[in-house]
Design a protein around this ligand. Structure first.
Ligand code: ZN
Length: 438
């Protein structure tokens, strides 16, 4: 970084240090209005959305803002509102999602839009569940801001707004569009939130963009999550004619078959042996689990065993190939023991394409984590944030990052103010180095 970039960055980070009161004000406002989906007994997000939109317009300057309402007669006002906004690279633009004419920097290809996405809805909370205060009134205790949604996902919402506000101190435009999307309905399936936005405006977020999703992380903030494994869940049922336990020679003990079968399934690690150091662990995993209760009779050998095989597959590993391997092993064991073994697919996700993130961006984010949170940032694949998984399956590069105390959905949920401000710094530093350097 040259001298002027360093000076600029100090200005941006200094601005965020000064935003502590703003963060508390914003959290007070967000916690103060419940936004709970009708499925969970709430009235939707409209009131909170309107209060939030007002706050947003007071805090940051966007070139275009659009409200995308999903129709839902069960909700207040009959809608589930979503907000899309853009701070554009070019000074004037007419509508969101069209081509921009940002000057190309030689030697690197920038995304079309760098999207920042968070959700406004929260899960229900009642004081009777054991809250030590009204969950919808913010309570500050030292560095902790207590209230429903304070961490999930107000921390993400606030870090986005504060990062943009800090960057706007510079009075410059980014090298590509920076977009924001604040959605409803994340906690109950996204149908009226991100999925609706993507269905009605498919051109908005595409594989040419990058998405930053502050809605998941670890207590030290080290993880920069960039990729997913896909889940394949199989159900295996072994059965045989029933035999008495004092004449095992006349039948088959399915518990013994199950033991041998689960050991044989270890072979899957050798057959599907791809390694990707982005992931923990770096291989596909195949775990027998969820043994179903079966009917047993005193004095009879087990004539049925049912379990599931939880397979977490690396990008590029085809689940059909894994199913074929499992079926072949099951067939061989069935023949060996003279039993029937059925293999049923319970859940199979599309195989996500390999991570398409710009490695330079990942490095920048990891450096920002070190500076803001004091830990070595580490780009990894985990595959737990559904929101991100869906987008990655469509080829959209997504980074998930937060430093959290893990209070999402908990009684007495809180957000640690230092996590919030630190996350705003990680985001602002990343955007600054990626999009504001000449
Ligand atoms: Zn969330």
């Amino acid at each position: 970084m040259d001298g002027s970039s360093i000076e600029e960055l100090e200005l941006v980070l200094g601005a965020i240090d000064g935003f502590e009161d703003l963060a508390v004000e914003l959290q007070t406002r967000l916690v103060g209005v419940p936004a709970i989906s009708p499925e969970s007994g709430g009235t939707g997000e409209l009131a909170k959305f309107e209060s939030f939109q007002q706050a947003l317009s007071e805090l940051i300057v966007l070139d275009a803002v659009e409200r995308i309402d999903a129709h839902d007669p069960r909700a207040e006002g009959g809608v589930r509102p979503n907000l899309v906004g853009v701070w554009s690279a070019a000074p004037v633009r007419e509508t969101i999602g069209q081509e921009t004419f940002a000057p190309e920097t030689p030697g690197r290809t920038l995304p079309r839009t760098f999207w920042l996405i968070a959700h406004l809805d929260v899960v229900p909370a009642r004081q009777e569940e054991g809250w030590d205060h009204d969950p919808f009134t913010l309570a500050r205790r030292g560095r902790q801001l207590h209230g429903r949604g304070a961490e999930d996902d107000h921390q993400g919402v606030c870090s986005i707004l504060l990062a943009i506000k800090a960057l706007q101190v510079l009075d410059r435009r980014p090298a590509c569009d920076i977009g924001v999307i604040f959605v409803s309905d994340e906690e109950t399936g996204n149908e009226f939130g991100l999925e609706f936005v993507q269905a009605t405006r498919p051109e908005l977020v595409s594989s040419r963009d990058v998405v930053w999703l502050p809605d998941g992380g670890t207590p030290d903030g080290a993880q920069v999550q960039v990729a997913d494994k896909s889940l394949l869940m199989l159900r295996l049922r072994i059965h045989a004619p029933r035999a008495r336990s004092f004449r095992p020679d006349q039948g088959v003990n399915c518990a013994r078959v199950a033991a041998h079968l689960t050991v044989r399934l270890e072979e899957l690690h050798r057959i599907h042996d791809r390694v990707d150091s982005l992931f923990r662990p770096s291989t596909c995993t195949f775990e027998p689990m969820h043994w179903e209760p079966v009917e047993t009779e005193w004095g009879s050998l087990p004539d049925e065993e049912i379990f599931h095989l939880d397979c977490r597959l690396l990008p590029g590993v085809d689940h059909n190939a894994v199913v074929r391997s499992v079926r072949r092993i099951a067939r061989e064991e069935a023949r060996r023991w003279n039993v029937a073994i059925e293999v049923e697919i319970v859940h199979a996700e599309d195989v996500p394409p390999p991570c398409s993130l710009d490695p330079a961006l990942t490095e920048i984010a990891c450096r920002a984590v070190r500076r803001a949170h004091g830990v070595e940032g580490e780009a990894i694949g985990v595959g737990i944030v559904a929101f991100a998984q869906e987008m990655r399956k469509r080829g959209i590069p997504v980074i998930v990052h937060q430093r959290i105390d893990g209070m999402a959905h908990e009684v007495n949920e809180y957000c640690n103010l230092d996590n919030l401000l630190g996350d705003a710094k990680v985001l602002a530093m990343t955007l600054h180095e990626y999009l504001f350097r000449d």
